[in-house]
Design a protein around this ligand. Structure first.
Ligand SMILES: Cc1cc2nc3c(=O)[nH]c(=O)nc-3n(C[C@H](O)[C@H](O)[C@H](O)COP(=O)(O)OP(=O)(O)OC[C@H]3O[C@@H](n4cnc5c(N)ncnc54)[C@H](O)[C@@H]3O)c2cc1C
Length: 236
């Protein structure tokens, strides 16, 4: 914790958060980091794919949320994929993360309920969903992924490193003109009994969810969780 942290901030952090250390940072592509965090306080935790952690940033009590894609309860070690979307407190932390730095965090704890998914599961998301996809793939070998991404070249390389080389990538356009192609890719991946997991950019999730319902899929087949929304900060 920074030296200058106030009394309330220090007390809050010590009482309510787990202390961990960044033990490794890889930059598989310029806009992505694989960050390893380890701490005694993470040992013996009963982790489920899809659980989130809220990492405290410097200067106050603000946190940003990430999805571990590996978790080892014996060593108390976990890994996240951080995406540097541009300027922002979370993206700045991801970009500058260094081995040896101490961090406080909440969790891991439940986010999306991913129990009892159908044998065919289709995940729609973006760069912020790569960690979730990598975590889910362990238990769901029949997972199909469709991602809207800013850079298909960078994303393809990162997904290969995560064992998700079969993911369908669609380049995101500011006017959303790529969304019909994305919805079509999601529908084509589906079988009769399919679960859909929708995460990432809030307006994209809403649009895919509406389209799936309009095509006759039942609301019970959909699990969705917005990870970020234009103009909003620090969703969790
Ligand atoms: C449950 C959950 C799990 C998540 N897991 C991950 C994860 O594993 N890896 C990961 O990288 N992120 C993940 N996220 C998303 C991540 O928390 C946000 O992208 C983060 O809030 C960005 O923080 P920031 O401070 O940089 O921007 P914020 O202050 O939160 O946002 C400022 C502005 O930046 C823009 N913005 C924010 N995020 C993005 C983005 N991804 N792409 C483009 N523009 C953006 C928006 O316009 C926003 O208004 C997760 C979020 C949730 C809720």
């Amino acid at each position: 914790m920074p030296q200058g942290a106030g009394l309330i901030e220090r007390a809050f952090t010590r009482l309510l958060m787990r202390m961990v250390q960044v033990t490794d940072v890889e930059a598989p592509q310029p806009d992505f980091r694989f960050i390893t965090l380890q701490g005694e306080s993470l040992r013996h935790y009963d982790w489920m794919p899809g659980d989130k952690v809220q990492i405290k940033l410097d200067g106050g009590l603000q946190t940003r949320t990430y999805t571990p894609f590996e978790f080892d309860p014996h060593s108390g070690r976990m890994r996240i994929v951080g995406y540097c979307h541009g300027p922002g407190p979370g993206a700045d932390w991801v970009r500058g993360a260094r081995a040896g730095e101490a961090r406080a965090l909440f969790g891991p704890r439940g986010s999306l309920n991913l129990q009892n998914l159908a044998s065919c599961t289709v995940l729609f998301g973006d760069e912020t969903s790569f960690g979730l996809a990598a975590a889910l793939r362990r238990d769901e070998p029949g997972l199909h992924c469709v991602f809207e991404v800013v850079s298909p070249t960078q994303s393809r390389a990162v997904l290969h490193a995560l064992g998700l080389g079969n993911a369908r990538l669609i380049e995101r356009r500011d006017d959303d003109s790529h969304m019909d192609e994305a919805i079509d890719a999601v529908r084509r991946s589906a079988e009769i009994r399919t679960s859909f997991v929708l995460t990432g950019r809030a307006p994209a999730i809403q649009r895919v969810g509406r389209a799936l319902k309009a095509h006759g899929f039942d609301a019970t087949q959909l699990r969705s969780k917005p990870y970020w929304a234009p103009g909003r900060s620090g969703l969790d």
